[in-house]
Design a binder for this molecule. Sequence first.
Ligand code: MN
Length: 228
Amino acid sequence: MTMVFPATEPSTLPVVGSDHRFPVRRIYCVGRNYSDHAIEMGADPNKEPPFFFTKPADAVVPPNHPIKYPSKTEELHHEVELVVALERGGTNVSVDAATAMIFGYAVGLDLTRRDLQKSAKEKGHPWCTAKAFDHSAVVGAITSHKDCGHLNEGLITLKINQELKQSGNLNQMIWRIPEIISKLSEYFSLQPGDLIFTGTPAGVGALERGDKLEAKIDKLSVLVTHVE
Ligand code: MN
């Protein structure tokens, strides 16, 4: 088949200990999945359950690439998150069957134009320009579950210029990983290559050009990057 112009190559991510790369199909994200972050955003985690939004697959920034400070914002926020990478798909998947769909895990940063998000919330507008902009999904190398096991607890931290800014534990998630996959599969047909950002703990804040970031989750490849 001949295209009228060359089709865009998929975004891919490295896999720890392998020459093979992980091809990204879609990026799903969970909002307000840690109580302390829901509270810092002015929400009541007991009244407002987590929810989903998406980013385009070509928003992926693979490891060893800098964060490009985006246009149209004065308030680019960091959100360190566990990213789940799927190797199998499904619809209406049960919680018990969900874990078998997981290929592995990575550290990610859900970059957010917080000023645009605040304005969108006030006006009841969609979040696309706040969340789904170019280069908004920073993802580290993926570790196969065969190497790290399936994650349900472990420290998650973000240091900026060596200062601790975000800290939490994966066991503080409101929706646990199998629950996220199960709920998401009620709304969308999940497929191999899908990534799921699973929410951020408290401590989100603004990034400045020149900042050096070190994002860590127990058992996973450290994500080191900087803002330019
Ligand atoms: Mn987030």
